[in-house]
Structure formats: C-alpha cells, structure tokens
Design a protein around this ligand. Structure first.
Ligand SMILES: NC(=O)c1ccc[n+]([C@@H]2O[C@H](COP(=O)([O-])OP(=O)(O)OC[C@H]3O[C@@H](n4cnc5c(N)ncnc54)[C@H](O)[C@@H]3O)[C@@H](O)[C@H]2O)c1
Ligand SMILES: O=C[C@H](O)CS(=O)(=O)O
Length: 484
C-alpha cells in the first residue's frame, strides 16, 4: 500500500530525545486513510508523562543548540531542507494516504513546508540587535535578541507537514528546541519529518514529536514552566482554550486560527483571472484550508458572467482517491466535515439559495463530496458567518464598494481576504479598508515563506514566515553599560 522508496520514513512510534518510542501504557490509536477508510497503522497514545520527558530533554538539548552559531545551525537546517526535497515523492505519498489531498497538492505542500527550513536557515543569521546612543556620556545601551527557550507546538491535520516546519524552522533557526504534537488524524508526516531531522543532524532533544491525548499533552505543554513559548495552528475554539491555559505562566504564544475569507470580484476585474483565482482559493485541499475563500462576492454587473465561467471550471474538477492521476479533489477528513458542508448547503437552500452545481455527497460515497456552487445568496445564511472548511462556493452579489467592504468585514475572523480589481485607486481603498492580516489582490494564493502569514481579530496573532516569524521565537535583552 505504501510503496515508498524509503520505507523507513513510515514510522509508527513517537520521537522523543532522539529515540523512537511507544506510549508508556503501550496503548495505541489507529490512523485511517480518509479515501478508503482502511487502517494505515497505529500511533502511540501518549499523555502528560511522555510529554514531560520530551520537554525536559528539550531543555537539556537547547542549552547546547543555542550555543551554536546561527551559521552552524543553518548548515543543519539546510541539510534537513535538502533531505525533504530529495524525498518529496515519499513524503507526499505518506501525506496523501493520511490526509487525502491529491498527490500533486501534497508534493506542493512538501516543497512549501521545506521552504521554511531553507528560509530560517538564513533568517536565523539576521537576529540583529541595536546599539543605541545613551542619554549620558558614561553609559552605553546595547540591545540583543536571544532565543526564547523551549517551545511547544500543536498543529492541524489539513497541512500535516508545512504547519510543523513553519514553526520548527523558525524555532530552530532562532536557537530554540521544540516539542510538537501533530493532529491525531495525520501523524505520519510528522514522524517522517523527524526521520529526516535526525538524518540531517538535528541533535536529540531539539526536535521531538509526541502523539496521543490532545488535551493531556496540551495541558502539560501549557502548564510546564520549562516551556517558554506555545505555537498553535488550528481552530479558534482550541486556540482560545490554549491561550487561557498558558496565561497563568504568561507564556509567549502564537495563534494561527480559523478564517472566513471574502473573495471579491469588482466589475473592473479581469474576470477570467478572477475565476482562476477563485478556483485555487476555494478548492485547494478540498476547501480545507484556513485561507480558503469562504464567501465569494461578485459585483452585480459581472455576476452572471462570473457564475457561468466559474461553474464551468468547477465542473472540471475530478473527485477521487488522491493517489490516482488526474484527481484534483480528494475526500474530506472525516464525517463531521461532510456534515458541516451539508448543513451549510441545506441552510442556504432553505433560505432561497439555488444550487448551480453539486450540492450533495459524491457518488463515490464515503467522505467524498461534490464541488458545489450556490447562487442567490443572503447574508443571513450560515455560510456567510461560519467557516465551511469544505468544497462549497457560495456566490453573493453586491452593488458597490462601500457595501461589499461592510459585508466582507462582518465576521469575527480576520485572516485572509482576496479581491480582483484593475483600478489603482480602488485597490488601495479596498486593501486598506479590509480588516484582515493578509490581503491578496488579483491573486488566489498568498502563502509563501517570505511573507508574514497570520491574522487579526479572532484569527489569532503572531506571524509565520518572513523575518517577522523569527521574532516570535526571540526575546529582547537590553544591556546598560555604565561607569565608562
Ligand atoms: N490559521 C492557520 O494557519 C490555520 C491553519 C490550519 C487550520 N486552521 C484552522 O483549524 C481548524 C481545522 O483544523 P483542526 O480541525 O485540526 O483544528 P483543531 O483545533 O480541532 O485541532 C488542531 C490541533 O489541536 C489539537 N487539539 C484539539 N483539542 C485540543 C486540546 N484540548 N488541547 C490541545 N490540543 C488540542 C488537535 O489534536 C490538533 O492537533 C479550522 O478552523 C482552520 O481554519 C488554521
Ligand atoms: O490552513 C491554513 C494553512 O496556513 C495553509 S497555507 O499556509 O495557506 O498553505
């Protein structure tokens, strides 16, 4: 089933302090392929005691790791990057088997995730400080940046590899050690990263993976005072919980949370380009990304033309097992995800929406769902307020700029927003008026290692990627030199 060139990349044990280990209890959790329902394997069902061991090992390892120069750490991170790219096909196959995304997308995620190791290998060398002219002749002010210390990360199932390297790259580049808990649905991509980290020379204890009881592991991470920094990517509800759990020790925390992205097409847009952008933004990972277009707003004058072209393109999407060639839409992650899409469709239709395409579970059965386009939408519908996280494209009409900006901002989320316009004045007005951490203009994709990825409002805070992402793993120390 696995057909890997490197079968050793598929591990069924967690990775703590450079050792592959089972849970203390010997208990395991089964992991299934969402396309077939078949059991892929098991993983250790760990809890607080194993997590504590990983954290204590990280504390020991980090003392040496931070003493290396940024350049010495960069050599190891670069080697890890090279190994990821060398084994891209195997890593992608493991990801498709456990998460469902088509192989081409999985390969893309491996390259995307590896790019953060490449980026932070170099960015770690630029943790610059300051020398500031002091207020007195006999004093000097020096500011340096230091690694925050032992970090803990909790990551989601929808990007099983890149959400880990987006954190670990910055943490290790800054001189920190990190303990990671991946999503239970997609642990094997994380274990494969650990195999390659070990091969790259990441010292034992600097990068560990624990799997099992999310709440028990999370409670240990947020309550253990060795941990100085928590980085979480996932739902807003869990992010809120972790923030509360980390508060008593005032731990540094980064939260990459839920989204509800508007995708706006003005009447001066390049409609064909907007259609292409909408397909990419809406249907990447079967609509299961935090930055997917959740609401499409099209100005009245071009609404019919956009709907016709967009629907024709959506009809070309091919649903199936992600391992099969030509498949562009895999299964959803679980039955709850399928039910959420159905709920949003049923609610919209009950309020007058029309189904232009799709609208029901796919004939393949299981977790497959038809890519769906809805028209005749209203703001009162659930899909206008809630993150669907599935292959549902609701197309709302709007009359003017002020109206659509108000509609776009009517959400507690603030992660990503997209709009298409070729009017330079409108581009600046709308980009500045949208209350989001990231705004893509005339593009349906905005994620890359050079840019600061993150949100505002209840989509969280902190940034990943760019030099801003390194700051999340550094602390500032000011040294006052007197008596000169
Ligand atoms: N902003 C981003 O970059 C980003 C990226 C991916 C996903 N997300 C969001 O995540 C959601 C979907 O992903 P999901 O279903 O994996 O989210 P989730 O919050 O259910 O799970 C995320 C991670 O948290 C863990 N977790 C769950 N309960 C926990 C607890 N009590 N204590 C500690 N850890 C716990 C899970 O095991 C998983 O590893 C969506 O809302 C999506 O928008 C955001
Ligand atoms: O789900 C949200 C992730 O951050 C995906 S990506 O960074 O846009 O690839």
């Amino acid at each position: 089933m696995l057909n890997l060139s490197r079968p050793d990349l598929f591990k069924q044990q967690a990775y703590i302090n450079g050792q592959w280990v089972d849970a203390d209890s010997g208990e395991t959790i089964a992991v299934r392929n969402p396309a077939t329902g078949a059991v892929l394997g098991t993983i250790p069902k760990m809890g607080a005691t194993e997590t504590r061991r990983a954290i204590e090992a990280a504390a020991t390892a980090q003392k040496q790791w931070r003493r290396l120069s940024a350049k010495e750490r960069a050599v190891i991170l670069r080697r890890w990057f090279d190994l990821m790219m060398t084994h891209q096909d195997d890593l992608a196959r493991i990801m498709t088997l456990e998460q469902g995304k088509p192989l081409a997308e999985a390969k893309g995620e491996i390259a995307y995730g590896a790019s953060y190791l490449e980026w932070y290998a170099e960015e770690g060398k630029r943790a610059y400080g300051d020398v500031i002219p002091g207020p007195a002749h006999d004093r000097r002010i020096v500011v340096i940046k230091e690694p925050v210390g032992v970090c803990a990360a909790i990551t989601p199932w929808n990007f099983p590899s890149s959400m880990i390297t987006r954190k670990a790259g910055a943490a290790l580049g800054a001189g920190c050690a990190i303990v990671v808990k991946p999503a239970t649905q997609t642990p094997y991509s994380a274990f494969a990263l650990a195999v390659l980290a070990q091969e790259a020379g990441v010292p034992e204890g600097v990068f560990s993976i624990v799997t099992g009881s999310a709440s028990a592991i999370g409670e240990e991470m947020t309550s253990n005072d060795i941990v100085r920094k928590i980085s979480f990517t996932g739902s807003t509800d869990i992010g809120r919980l972790l923030m509360a759990q980390a508060a008593p020790q005032i731990k540094k925390i980064s939260l990459e949370l839920g989204g509800n992205a508007p995708f706006i097409v003005f009447d001066d847009a390049d409609i064909d380009a907007a259609v292409e952008g909408a397909i990419v933004s809406k249907f990447r990972n079967m609509g299961q990304t935090c930055v997917c277009a959740n609401r499409l707003y099209v100005q009245r004058g071009v609404y019919d033309a956009f709907v016709e072209k967009f629907t024709a393109k959506v009809a070309q999407l091919k649903v199936g097992d992600g391992l099969q060639a030509q498949v562009t839409q895999g299964p959803l992650i679980d039955q709850a995800a399928v039910e959420k899409v159905k709920e949003h469709i049923e609610d919209a239709v009950a309020q007058g929406a029309h189904i232009a395409l799709g609208g029901k579970a796919h004939e393949l059965g299981g977790l497959f769902f038809e890519p769906t386009v809805l028209t005749h939408m209203k703001s009162s519908m659930k899909v206008a307020r809630e993150e669907t996280f599935g292959p549902l494209a609701p197309v709302f009409a709007f009359e003017n700029e002020d109206e659509v900006i108000e509609l776009a901002n009517q959400t507690e989320y603030g992660l990503a927003a997209y709009f298409y316009s070729r009017d330079i004045g409108r581009v600046w007005r709308v980009a500045e008026a949208l209350e989001y951490g990231m705004v893509a203009i005339n593009s349906g994709l905005l994620s890359n290692e050079a840019a600061p990825f993150g949100g505002v409002k209840q989509s969280g805070f902190g940034r990943e990627g760019s030099h801003y992402g390194l700051d999340d793993y550094l602390v500032i120390k000011y040294m006052l030199m007197g008596g000169i």
